[in-house]
Ligand binder design. Sequence first.
Ligand code: GLA
Length: 713
Amino acid sequence: MANITYDAQGRCWILQMDASTYCLGLSEDASSLRHIYWGPRIAPATASEMAHAPRPLKRPFDMSAWTLREEYTPWGGMRFSEPSLKVEYSDGTRVIEWVFEEDAIDQPGESQTLSLRFRDRAYPLAVTLYYRIYDGHDVIERWVRLENTGGGPVTIEQALSADWQLPHHERYRLTYLQGRALKETQVTESVLGPGKVVLESRRGITSHQLNPWVALDPDARATEESGEVWSAALAWSGTWKIVVETTAYGEVHCAGGVNDFDFRYRLDEGARLDLPAFVGLYSNEGFGGVSRRWHAYERERVLPEAPAAVRPVLYNSWEATAFAVNERNQMELAEQAAELGAEVFVLDDGWFGTRDNDEAGLGDWTVNPEKFPHGLSPLIARVNALGMRFGLWIEPEMVNPDSELYRAHPDWVYHFRNRSRTEGRNQLVLNLAREDVREWMCATLDRLLSEQHIEFVKWDMNRYFSEPGWPEEVGRNPERIWLEHVRNLYRIIDELRRRHAHVAFESCAAGGGRVDLGILSRVEQVWPSDNTDAFDRLRIQEGFSYAYMPRVMMCWVTDCPNFLTRRTIPLRYRFHVAMAGSLGIGGDLARWSAQELEEARDFIASYKRVRSTIQNGLLYRLLSPRTGNVAASQYIARDGSEVVVLAWGHSQQFGETQVSLPLRGLDEEACYADAVSDMNYSGAYLAQQGLPMNLVGDFDSQMIHLIRTTPTR
Ligand code: GLA
């Protein structure tokens, strides 16, 4: 049970979670909030004892008066590390002196929330820090509310969501996910020395380059399944920043939130601003333990779908027909997709406006009459008659200069006076901070979803922000676009979901440019990358799995040679890689041989038998594609009744065929039967000796489905 208590003796609050404890308290003069403890679960009395413990001695010759480790640092006094909050008051005062006002512990059921309210001693700013924990989890959601309590505007220059203090250790290793379009979420490590590491996006969206997720382990001691790891992730889909700072005394803290770059936000009298959550968790079960905790949190507390929901098998026609879509070729693909067992058919780009390539049409969300002379209804009716749901691609935040929308509203895009409007993929970004743009977008999409029986939306976003100006607002805080664009995006999706509850959403941004806990609270799934080469994909999917659960990871089987890498890989391997998440098909089925179609049907049928275990189970990464010739993942159903193992061999060497994969997390006393062959194994055997795999030649792969035959206790 999650539990938050106030300990009067230690003047501290103690947050008890599933397997961890967090403790924080006020400084003696109530002018700062001390971090006391974050780690394995301890008794409240121990936390209280820590809160009591004598403060560290003032350091000799240290010019900074502050030796406290603070939970949130308003810029002011002798503070020189990364500030959490920096403001300017209307008389030009730029430092904060805050005092504690009140606390509250809210206990609505399965979660508990601690709020701590501070206010500036002399100016109209109230700052409330929130900490929310949940039964059965080790996550702490932290966020902040800023309020102008009256008396002149307050300009916010930097407002992070939380500052996580880590226990003292000689050296931390930072693990994070970096890359670029077509190479997203690459697991990357670096050992920290004194100084700052800044991970950030200044691109308006979450970004392909860095994902707002980090893990820190002391002395690089953690392995996949052992060791202490602290991890944090931002629930925000706009520009962001995570600063991991190591002081000269070896203290490490990790502050994060909305990026302060080019940022100013004017908080008028009576206004308030809620900052996005920066969520943290602790595990002493290595990186695997960290990932499983993130997955459980996403499944139970973040995603809009029920925890046990499974994603349908999807067909998407983008790689097959690109912009050359029409009623006939989409109907043909739909027939074939249905025959294979697809459950959703998605019509991608090219269906609207004058969209024959990427040079025109974005912004004009009406059906192209040449390609679909009778509108989309006949195609949708056919898709539905084939037993599938119909899905549609849109990219609402964008406009091509060659479009009706842009010709009518050239002022609707981000731009500065006397400056170029730099195009990316021939498109510009609509200024979604504008109320008229927000209203137009919401009404346009609402109409689309009301007029057509659409049950799935792929929401794309194919370029970063540049020249983020808003000339009409000069002098009235145009820099607020960095916040308001994302807040309005969230509002629109929330509103569409409310009005069209039967529609599922996928977040895509030229591949995996918008994957984060913020968007995941309003979409069922995300598109991790436009790179669909199965071999490259293993590394992208591995990194993705560090932070995000398999169910949300859409993976397509596409054609060979792959459009990007020119690599040819057996269909079986392509399927087995795509089965590691939510399975989709993205190939041109018209070109698949009868044998390939037959094989595909079987793979899809076998995937449906195991998908609930893969999508919602406990993931154990057995072998990393970064380190060896064979990569493998294991999934255990949450009730322990089934196990699925996927193994991918790159190239057989020196005549070796047998690999044994010791499995994890099994009941050693239970028995497990192979669902296909007649093999039976004890849990102990599988854990010690390992599951025998037979990978032959190049790009061979296997999926093994084990069923527990001993009743669960
Ligand atoms: C982006 C997406 C692709 C596809 C194209 C369509 O690149 O990531 O999946 O939808 O746009 O233009």
